[in-house]
Design a protein around this ligand. Structure first.
Ligand code: ZN
Length: 257
């Protein structure tokens, strides 16, 4: 330990339904807005710390519902992405952002090399190792994992409303995304579903897909849900039902492994 997290704060990584029989492996990098105590507020207001700036509201709840419906395993990060954004590699400026949308993050400015290292070692690496191990273990056991990373985005970004409701994101491997988009096109739910929106590979958001999906040759997709749709339990359930349908149809259409 290098002194970022205390013993009482526990493991930065949580794994739920580890013994699941299904092939889905859900990953939620921005599940929590909890800040390590040693970092205080990073100089941010209470409002900012409760907003999308610090986490992806609703993403963990929808991930848990999906996990239950599809008998998947869920791995999520227990600390805020402002301490370390687990969907970014350590060399990225966005890993410990000094600016998040319109919010300045004073506590991430002028960090020493040792401080940066402790965030990488105590938050990112345990997460990285847990997801890598989950994928590798399944492959070693002759199973095919299907990687799904779960996110939510703010309906208003830099003052502009976003009309896209659901983003299906992919990098070089679009197998799972293609199937989901095809299923969404024939469905009647009426969501505004788009490929690689509101973000895409050029924004650097496909780190987890590359590390845990493409590198292992396993089907992978990143799901971005507009967070106003998953504010309450009903919205979360409706969205989870819809996504479970798209995922199941897309996986059924993949060639046998
Ligand atoms: Zn996110």
């Amino acid at each position: 330990m290098t002194g970022l997290l205390t013993e009482a704060e526990g493991d930065p990584v949580a794994i739920e339904n580890a013994q699941a029989k299904g092939e889905f492996l859900f990953v939620c990098e921005h599940a929590s807005n909890r800040m390590p105590e040693s970092l205080g507020t990073l100089g941010l207001s209470k409002d900012a710390l409760e907003s999308h700036v610090a986490w992806d509201p609703g993403a963990l709840a929808v991930s848990r519902l999906l996990c239950e419906k599809l008998d998947g395993t869920l791995i999520h990060q227990r600390f805020s992405r402002l301490a370390y954004d687990c969907n970014r590699p350590p060399e990225s400026d966005a890993a410990m952002p000094v600016l998040s949308e319109v919010y300045d993050v004073p506590g991430n400015r002028s960090m020493s090399a040792a401080e940066r290292r402790s965030r990488v070692e105590e938050i990112y690496l345990p997460f990285h190792e847990a997801v890598t191990r989950a994928v590798a273990d399944r492959k070693a056991a002759g199973r095919r994992p299907v990687l799904v990373t779960m996110h939510s985005f703010t309906p208003i970004y830099f003052g502009k409303p976003r009309t896209v409701e659901l983003g299906i994101l992919h990098d070089a491997d679009g197998r799972l995304a293609d199937g989901m988009l095809a299923a969404a096109a024939i469905g009647e739910a009426g969501y505004d579903v788009r490929r690689n929106e509101p973000y895409g590979p050029a924004d650097g958001v496909t780190h987890s897909l590359i590390e845990y999906g493409i590198r292992f040759g396993v089907p992978n997709v990143m799901i971005e849900i507009r967070n106003d749709l998953i504010r309450d339990k009903i919205g979360q359930r409706v969205m989870a039902d819809y996504l479970a349908g798209l995922l199941a149809k897309s996986v059924a259409a993949l060639p046998a492994h």
